[in-house]
Design a protein around this ligand. Structure first.
Ligand code: ADP
Ligand code: ZN
Ligand code: ZN
Length: 776
């Protein structure tokens, strides 16, 4: 009897193993690995979604449940993706089904419909077919008699564009129009002149009445074409061609295309032309008939980068990032799956893009923590990239101006091959001068955000018609509401954290659990009416700028001004057109922006990130400062950078002056070695949560004890300690950190910890394991 091995969509430890289901006769021929099905599950035989991962021929004695419904006419997961899920599971401590689902677009995880299209163009909806017809159709899909078109069931309207199509040029030409009907005549000749072009109705300079006349006389008809939902982005970008690489770029390129033996670490200062190397590397692999994945961090923040790829590769590009709606994501996924798109540009999750025949994977700004997913499955895109590169024998390039210490250390040990770009690619652009401003000396006006030197530089630049970028490091800052009488701050009822004020919606929101409430009129503590709003840092800085420099035109970019779709792009576009003198923003302006007219970058507060209880605090601060400094003087005007700080002697700040990554690496490595942190040690965090604080403490001690017993003495086990924010979602959190070098029984020990949660007595206990956590 034919048995399908199926991973069911029920997140439980026992469902990590595939369950056996009988394949009913009518499905025998076309049920394939990678297809989704509905199967009965549990004692109640509830129908759940499952993914076919294997087949077996077995003799069955008992009654085996059968597959009940086919969800897809063709596989939605490739063999490679099934293999990836198996491989990644060992490092992410997540259920196999969540690994598999991470590879599917949301629309597939929930609901969507398919149209089956026949050769004559007739279409039927998959959802309206009977089971028998589904099977029949699936057969036809396999023999290519039918093709599949996916339609989003989502509420969004599909964008369409209307075109005027001439039915018969000769007939139109012969059609007589009265001389008095001037507009009609004009239209006729216009149509004839443009007979070989696609004429968009929108662009026509004639009234709809005129158009109607031509339609009614059967001279033309209107064709409605469905646009891919991201089409607008493509239309807006003008094309661009390859540059002649300089010696360093050429050498890096030659290495990358020659060997797939080791991953490459492309370390190049900002503006050294890394992106140009990426572009030409991708072009090379496309010529070989291969495909490429290009990862960039938080892509929605950097439309400038996406546009460079679209400019070079046009319609071959598919874009995947969190700023897209489910429908848009789905469209892009289809473009990849069907082979229309050969270059995938995207954020973290794009690493799972279902491309075949992969030639190269590039991860830009590889040090970015956003490459690690901080929800289950907690994978790092770099690890997935390594696996996929292995499967495809593809090249892997990690690029950065400030590589993560982990990657740099691997390059030093020869695990990666180091490629260096040491000069700015645009010869007239030299690295900016960086000046550190000691804010402890600026005691004249404690309340101001601006030192005298920064203010006078801003004025100077504006007078010269140049532009300025100001960054406020917002880590650890948010806007809130406080009572001026008693100092009461409104906290989340479920979490140990104050609620964040959202000015646009006039609400108080919890960024942890999603709790939302209105702003109180009176203080809940003392009934005073003196409730005061403390706006975001950027908002306050903006107000101050208006006061001191009323003539300066300021654009603000932070979470409040960018909540709506495309708000980022609009702000950056305005700034690019010089509709403002100053772009003031949070970290989101540090990355990837390339504005030739910007000659001054000011950092308002360099320190806020330094004091966080995170061993990567210095590394993150240094990276951020180096990155934002790279926004200045990118063309032929020399740039200047002013960094305001209360810790001018801290090495993470001082070394940005000489922009000396090498020295920073050396000092930071010393610190990591002394304190046994990565890259000298690996880390795993175990987070134990319970709604009862006593139980959370007790269980976390129990778990720490278990780990101490099961791991070697060379591993270091820290904790349990309360989390920095000790309670969220009405749960108390305690954490244990394991630092290890070689630990054969680690996976077994951690799985044993997870098994604790399967016990009936621990029903309310949550244990979460995070390998190489990025945020503490
Ligand atoms: P990075 O990605 O390292 O920051 P970019 O690739 O953005 O650097 O290059 C910085 C600038 O130099 C861009 O404006 C780019 O067009 C230009 N550039 C890059 N390579 C070359 C080259 N070989 N010749 C001329 N200009 C180049
Ligand atoms: Zn009060
Ligand atoms: Zn909350």
């Amino acid at each position: 009897m034919k048995i399908a091995k199926i991973i069911v969509d029920v997140p439980l430890m026992q469902t990590d193993k595939a369950f056996s289901y009988r394949v009913p006769d009518e499905l025998l021929d076309f049920l394939m690995i990678g297809m989704r099905v509905h199967v009965p599950f549990g004692s109640a035989n509830r129908l759940v979604q499952g993914i076919v991962v294997d087949f077996a021929e077995e003799e069955i004695f008992s009654d085996l449940k059968a597959v009940s419904e086919l969800l897809d006419p063709e596989p939605v997961l490739t063999k490679e993706q099934l293999w990836l899920a198996d491989e990644m599971r060992h490092s992410v401590f997540s259920y196999k089904i969540s690994c598999l689902k991470a590879m599917l677009p949301n629309l597939l995880n929930s609901s969507y419909d398919k149209l089956l299209v026949a050769a004559d163009g007739s279409k039927v909806k998959w959802s309206q077919l009977t089971e028998a017809d589904k099977v029949l159709s699936a057969k036809k899909v396999r023999s290519a008699e039918l093709s599949v078109e996916y339609v989003a069931k989502s509420k969004e309207n599909r964008k369409t564009q209307k075109f005027v199509v001439i039915n018969d040029v000769d007939k139109l030409s012969a059609f007589e129009i009265e001389k008095r009907a001037k507009k009609r005549l004009e239209m006729k000749y216009y149509l004839l002149r443009h007979a070989n072009e696609k004429l968009s109705v929108k662009d026509l300079d004639f009234s709809s009445a005129i158009l109607k006349f031509f339609v009614e006389n059967q001279l033309v008809h209107i064709e409605e074409v469905e646009l891919s939902r991201t089409q607008a982005t493509f239309d807006a970008v003008s094309s661009d061609s390859a540059k002649v690489l300089n010696d360093e770029q050429q050498s890096a390129f030659n290495h990358i295309i020659k060997s797939v033996e080791k991953p490459f670490l492309l370390e190049g200062i900002t503006g050294s032309g890394k992106t140009e190397v990426y572009l030409q590397t991708i072009a090379h692999f496309l010529e070989l008939g291969k495909t490429a994945i290009m990862l960039v961090p938080e892509i929605s923040l950097t439309p400038q980068i996406t546009n460079r790829f679209i400019a070079r590769f046009g319609e071959k590009v598919a874009i995947m990032h969190s700023g897209l709606s489910d429908g848009e994501k789905y469209d892009e996924w289809r473009k990849i799956k069907s082979g229309t798109a050969q270059v995938v540009v995207g954020a973290r999750s794009a690493i799972f893009a279902p491309v075949e025949n992969l030639g190269v994977i590039i991860i830009d700004e590889e040090h970015e923590s956003s490459y690690k997913q901080d929800a289950s499955p907690r994978y790092h895109a770099r690890d997935i990239a390594l696996l996929r590169a292995k499967w495809h024998h593809a090249a892997l390039v990690l690029g950065s101006a400030t590589p993560s210490l982990e990657s740099r250390a691997r390059a030093m040990r020869g695990v990666y091959e180091l490629l260096l770009l040491t000069k700015r690619a645009n010869e007239s652009a030299i690295l900016p001068d960086v000046e550190i401003v000691d804010m402890r000396r600026e005691i004249s006006d404690q309340s101001s955000n601006f030192s005298h030197v920064l203010l006078s530089k801003i004025k100077e630049k504006i007078e010269k018609d140049e532009q300025v970028i100001l960054m406020l490091n917002r880590r650890g800052y948010s806007s809130f509401v406080m009572c001026r009488e008693c100092g009461f701050v409104v906290d989340c009822p479920n979490c140990d954290i104050s609620l964040t004020l959202h000015m646009d919606t006039r609400t108080l929101n919890c960024h942890y659990c999603g709790h939302v409430q209105g702003i109180p009129q009176t203080c809940p503590n003392c009934q005073s009416r003196k409730i005061r709003y403390y706006g975001s840092g950027t908002q306050k800085v903006e107000e101050e700028l208006h006061e001191i420099l009323p003539e300066a035109r300021v654009l603000r970019m932070d979470v409040d001004t960018t909540r709506t779709k495309n708000a980022h792009e609009k702000i950056l576009e305005k700034f690019g057109h010089h509709e403002a003198d100053i772009l003031l923003g949070t970290q989101m302006i540090a990355k990837g922006l390339d504005f030739p007219n910007v000659t001054l970058v000011g950092v308002i507060n360099a320190d806020t990130g330094l004091n966080l209880p995170d061993f990567r605090a210095s590394e993150r601060s240094f990276e951020l400062l180096m990155q934002v400094a790279g926004r200045a003087g990118r063309a032929d005007k020399k740039g200047e950078v002013l960094i305001q700080t209360f810790n001018p002697k801290h090495y993470a700040i001082e070394l940005t002056k000489s922009q000396d990554y090498e020295k920073f690496y050396e000092m930071e490595m010393r610190f990591r070695r002394e304190l046994s942190y990565p890259p000298y040690y690996f880390t795993v965090q175990v987070l134990v949560s319970h709604k009862n604080e006593e139980v959370a403490i007790q269980k976390s001690y129990e778990i720490a004890q278990m780990l101490r017993q099961n791991l070697t003495e060379k591993s270091k086990i820290l904790g349990p300690t309360p989390r920095p924010i000790a309670r969220t979602h009405n749960l108390y959190h305690y954490q244990i950190l394991v630092k290890y070098r070689f630990e054969e029984s680690l996976e077994r020990a951690l799985n044993q910890v997870l098994e604790l949660t399967q016990l009936r007595e621990n029903k309310e206990l949550r244990v979460l394991i995070d390998s190489e956590p990025q945020n503490f």
